[in-house]
Design a protein around this ligand. Structure first.
Ligand code: UGA
Length: 439
């Protein structure tokens, strides 16, 4: 059954979910007050880089199953459910800033019909939905409210939307639960599990999931430090650990630290929530501290190879986005490392296949190279900071001819070490024996 839906907020989550809900057969309108963004979307221009999304966008717009608008208005009356997908960035305190959610509610409630379901898809701290219900009560209006956290990842968002590990619904309202089950029926008939719980549990599950994944990464990163010092091999250790089904293979890749728009923000918000309820969530605080220290650990490795003084050292940085297959540079470890190196007087040349435009808005005093090769010319060291597959297949022979000093640190452990060593590179990885501490 086709259901009329609105998505409010066209960030990663809102845009991908809106487009893909329309692909599932629903009539979707995506609303965002950023007029420029909406005008672009109407012309099939995506404001973000997300593989495969464009392929779905064009035919859906053509078939009029998917529309875009920049204004609240009477069209909202036709909607059976409104998904709120605006940002919940960190306040200076670390708490989630809920102002965008409440601004949406203010704009919304005058237009929608009485039985319209309000679905909170943005990541919000526990009890937010109850606060929303109370807030609407004070405006003398009542709507069914549900929490429906999203678990898709940037870079694989289309696949994740169509193949979620589970769909999570939190509500105390039977009508809301039934309508959401109907909305997700095209997925649940493929045997994708749907879990129904109360509002607060759904809200907190999202934080718990992100915090647990971040904990796994921080753990493996600290384990990599120990591998380097003891002579063990983090890649083989991760594989061996991951075969234990209780642990699982995912999120055990050691690297320069986790970034992006979610993990760092959600850990801070969870920590603040715990504090608010007088829980000392020491583990989450340790993960935050561990990840904050990670870029400095990476810079220590550069010192180990180039000495204490990095003034005027030429450093090539390959990869600026927080992970591969996205143009998102928010909380990117590469940027943190670059800033530390700039403070030490190093000359930085960067290259990223997709993230350059965003990087140019954020970074000063670096040279933005058009190609990986030009970033590496005359370098004292090359850093691989994002796991873009194409870095593996660069013309490393040509790069070898043009560097000042043939040293590579692969912070993502993705390159072909034997090939690089045969070309005369000194090649260093993360968490592998006989590299930094035993060489
Ligand atoms: C994350 C979650 O994985 C999604 O389930 C969730 O929906 C999303 O946040 C969100 O809350 O909206 P995302 O931030 O897109 O998704 O990226 P991830 O793939 O989770 O990677 C996060 C960071 O961890 C990246 O910096 C990545 O490089 C790092 N990472 C990941 C590692 O260092 N090692 C790993 O093994 C895995």
């Amino acid at each position: 059954m086709s259901i009329r839906l609105h998505f409010i907020g066209t960030g990663y989550v809102g845009l991908v979910s809106g487009v893909m809900m329309s692909y599932l057969g629903h009539n979707v309108t995506c609303l965002d007050t950023n007029i420029l963004k909406i005008e672009q979307l109407k012309k099939n221009i995506l404001p973000i880089y997300e593989p495969k999304l464009a392929k779905y966008l064009t035919p859906l717009i053509k078939s009029k199953k998917l529309k875009f608008t920049a204004s609240y208005g009477v069209e909202l009356k036709s909607s059976q459910a409104i998904f709120i997908t605006v940002g919940t960035p960190s306040l200076a305190s670390g708490e989630a800033d809920l102002q965008y959610i409440f601004t949406v509610l203010d704009n919304l409630y005058k237009w929608i019909r009485d039985d319209c379901l309000i679905v909170i898809k943005s990541t919000v701290p526990p009890t937010t939905c109850n606060k929303i219900i109370d807030y609407l009560d004070k405006q003398n209006v009542k709507f069914p409210v549900a929490s429906n956290p999203e678990f898709l990842r940037e870079g694989t968002a289309v696949h994740d939307f169509l193949n979620p590990d589970r769909i999570l619904i939190g509500t105390n309202n039977k009508y809301a639960e039934d309508l959401l089950k109907e909305i997700y029926r095209p997925l649940t008939i493929k045997n994708i599990p749907i879990i129904c719980t109360d509002l607060v549990t759904a809200e907190l599950t999202k934080y718990a999931s992100n915090a647990f994944l971040a904990t796994k990464i921080a753990f493996i990163n600290e384990m990599a430090n120990l591998c380097e010092r003891t002579g063990a091999n983090i890649q083989e250790l991760s594989i061996a650990m991951g075969f234990d089904t209780r642990i699982g293979k995912e999120f055990l890749n050691a690297g320069p630290g986790f970034g992006g728009s979610c993990f760092p923000k959600d850990l801070l918000a969870l920590s603040q929530t715990a504090k608010h309820y007088q829980c000392n969530f020491q583990l989450v605080n340790s993960v935050i501290t561990s990840n904050d220290r990670r870029p400095y650990d990476m810079v220590d490795k550069i010192h180990h190879l180039l000495g204490d003084n990095l003034l005027n050292k030429n450093i090539a940085v390959l990869g600026i986005t927080f992970k591969a297959n996205t143009d998102d540079i928010r909380s990117s470890p590469a940027i943190k490392i670059i800033k530390i190196l700039l403070d030490k007087g190093a000359n930085i040349k960067v290259f990223d296949p997709i993230g350059m435009n965003n990087a140019k808005k954020k970074l000063e005093n670096v040279f933005f190279a058009d190609f990986a090769l030009s970033a590496c010319q005359n370098s004292d060291i090359i850093l691989v900071t994002t796991e873009w597959l194409e870095f593996k297949y660069l013309d490393w022979w040509l790069i070898r001819q043009q560097v000042k000093s043939p040293i590579i640190i692969d912070f993502r452990n993705i390159l072909d070490g034997n090939m690089l060593k045969s070309l005369g590179f000194k090649y260093y990885l993360i968490g592998i024996s006989n590299t930094f501490y035993n060489s």
